[in-house]
Design a protein around this ligand. Structure first.
Ligand code: CTP
Ligand code: ZN
Length: 155
């Protein structure tokens, strides 16, 4: 392919965050859990894009938005392969892979309807554990029930 065609598939942004290497089937979920659909910031996304590393990937670009610790944890829980790229004045100033935290506080609801966190105004706390198949689960510090990936509901 000639160099003429070498352009960004999804428009460059001047300031903001690029979330790259998202599994295609997680792109809309990431938009939703971060509330990006509720903002008035310019938002670009792409799905089923070619990726050397993953075969296919999704990408989200949001202008004038830089994510806080808890938001980054949310991204890590649904898209652990994601890379966060900070753009300032059109330049990449920071690029980091998200990491699944060891503990998850506040952002996820416990799967157990009888858990105190679902009965009273108690903030949730989970330890991140891995089962014998290395599948991640969130272990509630109050009721000790495990919330599996498919049951993660963000508060
Ligand atoms: N990007 C952007 N706006 C800019 C600069 C970069 O949206 N002003 C995006 C690019 O589209 C790319 C990502 O940020 O998806 C990383 O940019 P860069 O490091 O320049 O790209 P690559 O070298 O292609 O990175 P990689 O090989 O890690 O995908
Ligand atoms: Zn619980």
């Amino acid at each position: 392919m000639s160099d003429k065609r070498k352009e960004l598939i999804v428009s460059a942004i001047s300031n903001g965050t690029v979330i790259d290497h998202i599994p295609t089937d997680r792109v809309f979920q990431v938009i939703k859990i971060l509330g990006l659909d509720q903002l008035s910031n310019p938002l670009y996304f792409g799905v089923n894009l070619e990726s050397k590393k993953f075969g296919s990937k999704g990408i989200i670009k949001v202008s004038n938005k830089f994510f806080e610790h808890e938001e980054i944890n949310k991204i890590a829980l649904v898209a652990p392969s994601a890379t966060l790229i900070e753009i300032r004045d059109y330049e990449v100033v920071d690029k980091r892979d998200v990491t699944i935290p060891e503990t998850v506080d506040k952002i996820v609801k416990c799967v157990n309807p009888n858990c105190i966190t679902n009965k009273e105004e108690v903030t949730t706390h989970f330890n991140v554990i891995y089962d014998e198949n290395n599948v991640m689960k969130l272990s509630c510090r109050y009721c000790e029930k495990n919330t599996s990936k498919e049951n993660i509901f963000f508060i």
